[in-house]
Design a protein around this ligand. Structure first.
Ligand code: AMP
Ligand code: MN
Ligand code: MN
Ligand code: MN
Length: 288
């Protein structure tokens, strides 16, 4: 059995994105970056897609890193978009693979609607074609690809500004979308033998009462963990969500949410350790 010291000392990074979804590095290049930044235990968690996993796993093993399968599923709950990370599942599970394909299938239509909205409200033309240059596969087109194109044409200075002015809820270019349900996402992950984790809970626009209802429902469906230390949280939120994990009896997960060396909040493998007040989600994956 490993001591608490070694469990908390493990450099686990269990949330990041490659070119398979809205990241800018290939799965192999992220593996190399993770290794050189000191990551011991790594999961690639592309949005709604698992096709990057075989290469990620193989390069991770060649580099001597422990690899855990991962995905980040988009869901709609009470009208809001929320992300559920799945970890340590069988990526060939048919139900999961079909569910993810269904979740991705609305992206192309939504992107065309976003482009029409941008043209009508701001006069900026051709953003669908522009965003597509950054992804190739219309099934995986995301707001991040639009953001990169808007930066490219000088409509805004950086990706974060592109969301602030164009792509966030209520802005021109935002088109409401219905993703999977909470019950579907948790069911697909658990059905494939994995652990459902609430991604960056501090980022959602929910009242405290709604967030409480969400955590209770997530738990009753079989959810087990939340991200506490993530590149998508402020330092204050590390503590806030550690307390939340204690209150609901969730395990804690840790991940940079790395997308790109440009515009990154936290580099892969560069987060602080988890506070020792909650058990890490990776405890049972470590071999002595
Ligand atoms: P989508 O799945 O197409 O709705 O795109 C969601 C993605 O957009 C997230 O996974 C983030 O990578 C990115 N994103 C969302 N909000 C912001 C923001 N304020 N700044 C930068 N990136 C963001
Ligand atoms: Mn993303
Ligand atoms: Mn997310
Ligand atoms: Mn993410």
């Amino acid at each position: 059995m490993l001591s608490d010291n070694s469990i908390y000392a493990v450099n686990a990074d269990l949330h990041c994105h490659s070119t398979v979804s809205d990241g800018t590095l290939s799965p192999a290049d992220i593996a190399v970056r993770a290794k050189s930044n000191g990551v011991d235990l790594w999961a690639l968690t592309d949005h709604d897609e698992v096709s990057g996993i075989p290469v990620a796993r193989s390069v991770a093993h060649d580099l001597g890193m422990q690899y855990i399968t991962g995905v980040e599923i988009s869901i709609t709950w009470a009208g809001k978009t929320i992300h559920i990370v799945g970890l340590d599942f069988d990526e060939t599970n048919a139900n999961l693979v079909q569910g993810l394909a269904k979740t991705r299938s609305g992206r192309e239509r939504r992107a065309q609607d976003m482009a029409a909205d941008l043209l009508n409200k701001t006069g900026i033309p051709d953003t669908y074609r522009g965003a597509l240059k950054y992804v190739g596969n219309p099934d995986l087109i995301s707001r991040s690809h639009f953001a990169r194109y808007l930066v490219e044409i000088g409509a805004c200075e950086n990706v974060s500004d592109a969301f602030k002015h164009f792509l966030a809820e209520g802005k021109p270019g935002f088109v409401p979308h219905r993703w999977a349900t909470l019950s579907e996402a948790v069911g697909w992950i658990r059905g494939a033998g994995g652990l459902p984790v609430v991604a960056h809970p501090g980022r959602y626009d929910l009242t405290p009462l709604a967030l409480d209802a969400f955590f209770l429902e997530f738990k009753s469906l079989g959810g087990v963990a939340i991200e506490t230390v993530t590149g998508s949280h402020s330092i204050d939120q590390y503590d806030e969500y550690t307390k939340v994990a204690q209150r609901y009896g969730f395990l804690a997960s840790r991940g940079s949410d790395f997308h790109s060396p440009i515009d990154m909040d936290v580099d892969i493998g560069k987060l602080v350790s988890l506070p020792r007040l909650v058990k890490p989600v990776w405890e049972k994956w470590l071999s002595s």
